[in-house]
Design a binder for this molecule. Sequence first.
Ligand code: GLU
Length: 509
Amino acid sequence: MNRPVRVRFAPSPTGPLHIGGVRTALYNYLFARRMGGTMILRIEDTDRTRFVPGAEEYINEALAWLGIGIDEGVREGGAYGPYKQSERRDIYRRYVKRLLDAGKAYIAFDTPAELEAKRGEIANFQYDASTRNTMRNSLTMPSDEVQRLIETGTQYVVRFKIEPDRDIVVHDLIRGDVSINSNILDDKVLYKSADDLPTYHLANIVDDHLMEVSHVIRGEEWLPSAPLHVLLYEAFGWQDTMPAWVHLPLLLKPDGKGKLSKRDGDRLGFPVFPLDWIDPETGDRSSGYREAGYLPEAVINFLALLGWNPGDDRELMTIDELVEAFSFDHCSKKGAKFDFEKGKWFNHEYISAMSDVDLATRFAATPRGEQCVAERGPDYLTSAVSLVKTRVNLIGELWEQIRFFYEAPVTYAEKDIRKRWKPDTPAILTALIEVLQGIEPFTAATGEPIVLEWIKNNEYHLGNVMNAFRLTVVGECKGPHMFDIIEVLGRDETISRLQRGIDTITLPQ
Ligand code: GLU
């Protein structure tokens, strides 16, 4: 059946969006773009007990940061709204009634204490075809009694009447046909009078149907719910518009042993959230990729390849290339190990490939970068960043690499002094100052041949002279090409650092 591709990302605002949820959003997005379809963002907030303030804003901000565009949603609007489930109560009430009227659902009054007692009485108790006749519900009670209880405000739930012993097949585009027997399902609660809201299952199915969702793409943890969802589609008589099911592989811990959890991030020192999140209750901070210095493009590329491949050995792919190559054929059934080092590698590659100006601009958006711009202006920052960009994995690591462009060294690495500072070094560097005075213009291209020629003519030790020079300018014997460094620093600063080194560095005893 050919119908427009409409997919939805349907998070519950119960906390910060986990990186696995971000991957689900991304796969929905890639598939929608690939097929020229529509990407819906639906907020599933019917479970009021798990509602966390700020979570919805967090979801929006994270998707926006990553560039996962939404076509229809709470903020975007659209013809199928409202897109927030707590605003769709009237709709759900109608559909609950429809199931009740058709005898596909029933009203149950069993209190939590009664259910608990049953569980004590019957081993592995399940509310289903074998037990429902022994419970307090509209199937066992006279209808005037049911009516009276409802009218007097007794709380109840509506349960789905699942037919026993039916084989239910879920056609999953990644897993193939997954079959289960209905006997293992219980009569799921679809609606609770207490908060006049449906449960996840009913709201989810009604909305997928009304929003004309063509493909349900979600994490593997929802696979056990899928047979029930298939039955609900059938109960409403909507089997012809049943979406295709796609259950994405789990994200596993880096060692592959078990599901990736929030605690793994804390334990192993990497973010499992897109953005920083401060728990509104405890004040605890969980770190996010954005604040840790990742580029959104790198995070997207990394996540896209956790559970999918383009069918060839490409790794670095732009979002357009990902869209172009995306299909469920190359999604794996197996869980994907969360290879965090690979994530860093992606970021390294993206940082290295960025233009100097873009990278400086990104860094300038951090507090430290802002300070750099305030001190020496944006062009100086761009020049400094251009020399070190292949040396970092994270934006935040830039500072350590460019620090000496902003702070002249006041101490010098002792092991480098031991290795490179010879009795004649001060005299040679003093002569070098004179050579530097004569370089015009003061650039790497002009200066390098002149200095090297001077070293050669005087038969100085190239390594010792250049490293001693570096030691005075950088404070240690590392960093980018020396002549590039002095071009950025300028003549005066270079000479003043040389002089300070000559005056203060002493040979260790
Ligand atoms: N609200 C569910 C969640 O938080 C949605 C699951 C689904 O996509 O059907 O993940």
